[in-house]
Design a binder for this molecule. Sequence first.
Ligand code: PMV
Length: 355
Amino acid sequence: MDVYKERNHFFVTKTHSVIKKYSLSPVTAVAHSNIALIKYWGKRSVEYNLPAVGSISLTLDALHTKTTLQFSDTLKEDQLILNDQDATASALKRVSDFLDITAGSSDRPKAKVISENNFPTGAGLASSASGFAALALAAGKGMGQSLSDEALSRLARMGSGSAARSIYGGFSEMQLGTKDDGSEDFAVPLYDENYWDVRLLVAVTSDEKKELGSTEGMVRTTKTAPYYEHWVSSHPNDLREMRQAIAEKDFEKTGELAEHSCFKMHGLAMAAKPPILYWNAATTETIHRVWILRKSGVPAYVTIDAGPQMKILCLPESVDAVKDTLSEINGVRSVIEAKPGPGAYIMETVNETII
Ligand code: PMV
């Protein structure tokens, strides 16, 4: 590799005759987290991070990650500051590996990355989705690459499957590719954040990091859950129905399908050996309370990811009723109200150096 500095602004590398121009200025990207209405669970390749099923999600305005990245010609190792603290070795490795993938080589200038979430990290609030979408955008820009949304989504997917969807605002769909190289595995936008004013209330029931990460949970489920094949084969129909429900703005149908996909995924995970249960007592209590509320005429539906937090999908006019119910539940620590949020973007302000 041939490396030299150009007018102190760029670091230019030449690998296999591909020239890359790394910016030595900081780049900041923001991405919002998303919640799957039709869930993804299971990988057809762990190595390339290829999902076994497609998924449909809603990007949320209230939950975001802001990531600043700066390449340096003096740093010997990558550095990662996550929520004002030095990141763990495993989080740093995940980010370094991701930067290697983006660069196409581990032979690249090292970077300092500062990432902040405005919500609890690693507890089933899709911090990896917003985190890797923001990192994909910042890294691509820092490396001087001009990437399409499709390429960014594909790249973000390599960090975390759900991150592919956070490139877009509003509703998006992660497509299921057929090729082994993952070239077809990226998300596409369905409708932007102004399409349908629905609300998603996040009831935080724990600030603890989950014990079992989603990759480990998916691998175990794939290997041991007896209904896994049926989950995969019945999934295209769930996607098709959800696409139609959103197209028709049929809230009841959208909610029913989202709830069904949630329980289908968690039932499958519970049937793994040993069983995988991401819920706590407040999660279960909230499910029952939302169902009681629904019986009383308030259209509200639950969904849950790889953690104990509850997400309740409702319409704007039902927000107060849902909040009242949540306030009565022991173990619900806080409630975050989210609307459909925007896609990932670069903050064009001039950033101060972080190195
Ligand atoms: O992107 P990952 O590897 O964190 O997996 C996400 C899995 C679920 O959140 C449970 C479902 C989904 O589609 O987001």
